[in-house]
Design a protein around this ligand. Sequence first.
Ligand SMILES: [Zn+2]
Length: 472
Amino acid sequence: MTLRIATLLLSFLATALSAQERDVVITGGWLFTATGNDRIRNPGIVIRAGKFLRVGGDLSVALPNAERVALADSETVIPGMFDLHAHYAVELFGAGRKDETVAYPSLFVANGVTSTFPAGEMDPTVMRELRIRIENGGEPGPRLLNSGPYFGTARPGWDRDITAQQIYDDVDHWAELGVKGFKAKGIAPDELRALIERAHFHGLTVTGHLDSGNRNSVNPRDAILMGIDRIEHFMGGDAFTADKSAYASYERMTFDTPEFKRIAELYKRAHTNFDATLSAYGYYGKRDPDVFTYFVDEKKFLTPYMRSVIDARQPRQVNQQFENIYWTKRKEIKAFYDAGGGDLITLGTDHPSWGEFFTPFSVHRELLSLSRSGIPNAAVLRIATINGARAMGFGDRLGSIEVGKWADLVVVRGNPLADIRRTRQPRLVVKAGRVYDPDALMTSVEGKIGPASAADTAAWAPTPRGAPRPRS
Ligand SMILES: [Zn+2]
């Protein structure tokens, strides 16, 4: 190589290194580390090379060119949040879901969500490419813990005659492509057993949207006995009888029962996580007016054309069963918390937006639903942070503010322990030591969701059921 190129390369490397090496120092305000229940005076935080170097102690170790952030006395630092059922999918035309990769990544970060598990991707290839662009610093976005395609009939073209070997091969394929966990939906017992076995072989987790056990489905109880890592939506157990669908049993279920006691004990014994996804059911139901409010004008993220289409739409139909389940779920999650399951609960939003109440903002709706269920706010914040990190196998690197962990944090305006709604509209967000301005992120994606004109709508038709068939 010529001297000139070598010199250029060296100076490029030096610049990259110094950019990366620029420390961040955060002083003032309050700190909720998620290692306990308390908010303390922020003892000072030094971030170096994407990790927490100091939390308290000698802050003078910070390099002279450090980026310094002074917090107001009203502000609180919390760890970056996790959404473990973070569909990027929108369903703008009622014709199927499509992964939204333009605005959602920025909107997640702007809402304080620094890690997402999509829990079943419509187009795993597009989502993998998005992860790579985010990781390379090409665009802002959370840590995208890819899930790959669904395993089960939720994947278009899923073959009910699939063999265990075909499932192994398919898991190997997606593991090689960097997914961080798998999601089963509409899966049969033998298929789930093979999925769990092979995912664990790769050190990856499995979660499932399951059923009662009717029609060759799997009751969460039986999945836990197979070794599944997490359960979505409902806890399952003997109260979900196999003679009817899970939702039919769930609608008016009560939890002061021996059946509930048994299933709660099983979760604790097996250390299985439960992703409650409360607000998803509220979204399909009557939209509890306490939870479904706008704190940002979310429709401004639609293109003007898309907004006009949505504003002209007839009012949607309320799903009364989901409305009933929403209120039932609030009792269930509190009962599980009271039964000692607090460390096992995770946060998941799980709803494809029809053009309102976008998923990244719904993280705050889920936090409020959990809080309104009667779970103390400190526990709600741990659910959104350290519990999510542990559930995905990242508990040693993420989820709390501790020396040596990756530096993901959110500065919120106020005390979320007193009012969980203070997590909304954070002042700033740090991911891997990089500081983001939520307002700037939001501005950058205004008018971006949906087609720009009627002529463009074909591009926003649902992905042609993009998930490839299981490999054979
Ligand atoms: Zn889902």
